[in-house]
Design a protein around this ligand. Sequence first.
Ligand code: SAH
Length: 196
Amino acid sequence: SDIGSQKERVVTEEEWLQKWEMGNIGFHKEQGHPLLQKYLDVLLNGRSGLRIFFPLCGKAVEMKWLADMGHSVVGVEVSEQAVKEFFSEHSLPYYEEPVPEITGAKMFQSTSGNISLYCCSIYDLSSSIVGKFDGVWDRGALVAVNPCDRQRYASLMINLVEKNSSYLLVTVSYDPNKHKGPPFYVPESEIKSLFG
Ligand code: SAH
């Protein structure tokens, strides 16, 4: 479980914004992720009307799926372009407002009220701002976080979930000496020590 040279790698917010500007978004799945379909029952666990969190959400189409099933979706994403593309590509009317607790942040909400996307860094959020969640879809999120920030990310996520919540995590497995990432290789042993 040696993550090699990836330990030191840092991708800045500016670089993420550039990826969006350049259309360099190979991570985006137009058709949604098959693993969410497959494990939907595990996420929902027979419950309805859940609050579901999408960390580092991009313009993930799964947010629309879950909202259409009657759940309430909250996402966070640094790229305003990504957030706006999400709403326009699904023809969802929305409004935007500042987030009083976070300097410079904006919240974009569908007018129907069931999708709220915070445009800021995830590290600016806390449960006093966004509340707690019953479910998390973590795809392209833990694996996109800089390796040096993983502990901080995991602690925050643990703080943002209710006691009876389900957390679906998608990781990737490959030789970390052959690619620099993201997505980064997060060994299973590290996931266990991060989340307990
Ligand atoms: N989960 C999405 C996007 C994965 S790519 C999907 O499945 O398609 C990772 C995303 O995280 C990018 O859109 C990037 O702009 C965003 N991002 C990177 N660092 C962030 C941070 N600190 N806070 C919020 N978003 C961030």
